[in-house]
Design a protein. Structure first.
Length: 74
C-alpha cells in the first residue's frame, strides 16, 4: 500500500502510480492530495491508482479507503 501526493520531488505521484502499476500490478496506491477534487476518475484509472482523495476532506476518508483496499473493514 502506497499513499502518494501528486506534487512530490523527483517523480510526482501520478508518475509513481503509473510505474508501480506496470511493475507491481497488485500494489495498492492512493493519491492523497490537495488536488484530489481536480483529478478526474478517468485520470486515476489511466495511471492505475486505486483511489484519489482530497486532503481537505481529512483523514477519515483516507483511513476508510485504506481499510477498504486492504480488506480490513472494521
Amino acid at each position: 500500500m502506497l499513499i502518494l501526493d501528486v506534487k512530490m520531488s523527483g517523480l510526482n505521484g501520478v508518475e509513481v502510480a503509473s510505474v508501480l502499476r506496470k511493475n507491481l500490478p497488485n500494489a495498492k496506491t492512493v493519491l492523497f492530495t490537495i488536488y484530489g477534487r481536480l483529478i478526474g476518475e478517468a485520470m486515476v484509472a489511466a495511471v492505475g491508482a486505486d483511489a484519489v482523495l482530497a486532503k481537505a476532506d481529512g483523514l477519515a476518508p483516507l483511513a476508510e479507503a485504506i481499510q477498504s483496499l486492504l480488506g480490513t473493514q472494521g
